[in-house]
Design a protein around this ligand. Structure first.
Ligand SMILES: [Zn+2]
Length: 180
């Protein structure tokens, strides 16, 4: 059996190691050593240190995975968020909110209320009094439409809040993994 002359990485004592051995215990300081063989050089390394390095590498890989997951989650969310965006004349593109839905709904009802009032109090007392139902009918339709819109926007606003909450929770979980 051929022996290699190496040096203990921990205490510096000379070692004679069989060429096939991957691990050796130092006679002098009893440190467990791994034998590193590269093309140009062979050296020993304390096993505990290797374990620590492997652990650090593992943590780094875990961290990288968590970081990638956060970035993927952010991209996914950006897309999902866009699906909630609505466009209105006075506010442009925005995410619907519950209070905004109510304000918009009430605002849209104004022509409906006006139509009903006009039909009831003005048209009905004039020569075209039978036409009052046209105004009242349109007014009612307008109000119903406004209510439906208000309702659907409120739902959308609530759905968005839930989705955002879930996204933020998931993100916090991933960031916690990064910190470990
Ligand atoms: Zn030693």
């Amino acid at each position: 059996m051929k022996l290699e002359k190496l040096v203990c990485n921990s205490c510096g004592a000379p070692l004679e190691v069989p060429e096939s051995a991957n691990f050796v215990t130092c006679n002098h300081c009893s440190t467990q050593l791994a034998v590193n063989r590269s093309a140009s050089i062979t050296f020993t390394e304390a096993v505990e240190r290797l374990t620590v390095q492997a652990q650090e590498l593992n943590n780094r890989v875990d961290g990288l995975e968590a970081q990638n997951a956060v970035e993927a989650l952010d991209r996914e969310w950006e897309q999902e968020r866009r699906s909630y965006v609505i466009r209105t004349k006075n506010r442009g593109e925005h995410i619907p909110t519950e209070s905004g839905a109510i304000v918009d709904g009430v605002f849209c009802m104004i022509p409906g209320v006006f139509g009903i009032s006009f039909g009831t109090f003005i048209v009905s007392s004039g020569p075209l009094h039978d036409a009052k139902w046209v105004f009242i009918g349109f007014g009612l339709l307008f109000i119903l439409w406004s209510l439906a819109m208000m309702h659907s926007r409120r739902n959308k606003a609530q759905e968005f809040k839930i989705a955002e909450y879930q996204y933020l929770n998931r993100r916090a979980e991933l960031l916690q993994q990064l910190d470990q």
